[in-house]
Design a protein. Structure first.
Length: 168
């Protein structure tokens, strides 16, 4: 049992440290909500921070996080210029629910579909929600899995630091 717990702890530490200051993969294929195929190189924000949130329609913590951010998103954008990009990992069977789900929640984010989960694998995402913070150079500077109420406040503090050019 001790070996199992130690193994899990090591895997979690390795997974968390994986992408610090790694570049975003730019040549992975994803789809727009209208079904147009694009490469992940479209995820840009003119040198300003980007939040990338991997989520699914069936994931309650994902929806709580994206709804919480939606309430303050305009303020975040005005203060820091941040852009949130939501990457749905819903598969082909449930992908048709994503657009109505996004519209029904009033999310003003860029939303893409990763139906084959190629981008998810490229980013070493295991579970959703999984949130990344990317600096203006396209480097992943922070990431977090899961969501508890209030986590968005910590995220915004980090966004402000990144927007001001501070290291995390």
């Amino acid at each position: 049992m001790k070996k199992l717990i130690l193994s899990i702890a090591i895997m979690l530490l390795c997974g968390t440290a994986m992408a610090q200051n790694a570049k975003l993969p730019s040549n992975v294929t994803i789809k727009t909500l209208d079904g147009k195929t694009v490469e992940t190189s479209v995820i840009q924000n003119e040198g300003k921070p980007i939040i990338i949130s991997f989520w699914a329609t069936w994931c309650k913590p994902c929806n709580r996080e994206l709804n919480a951010i939606a309430e303050v998103y305009e303020e975040w954008q005005n203060e820091t210029g941040v852009k949130l990009v939501a990457i749905s990992i819903d598969d082909v069977k449930s992908a048709s629910k994503v657009k109505p789900h996004v519209e029904g929640n009033g999310w003003e984010y860029e939303v893409y579909l990763d139906q084959n989960q190629d981008f998810k694998r490229a980013m070493n995402v295991v579970n959703v929600p999984h949130t990344f913070l990317v600096n203006g150079k396209g480097e992943i500077v922070w990431q977090h899995t899961s969501y508890v109420d209030g986590s968005e406040e910590e995220l915004f503090e980090l966004v402000k630091k990144v927007a001001n050019g501070e290291e995390l």
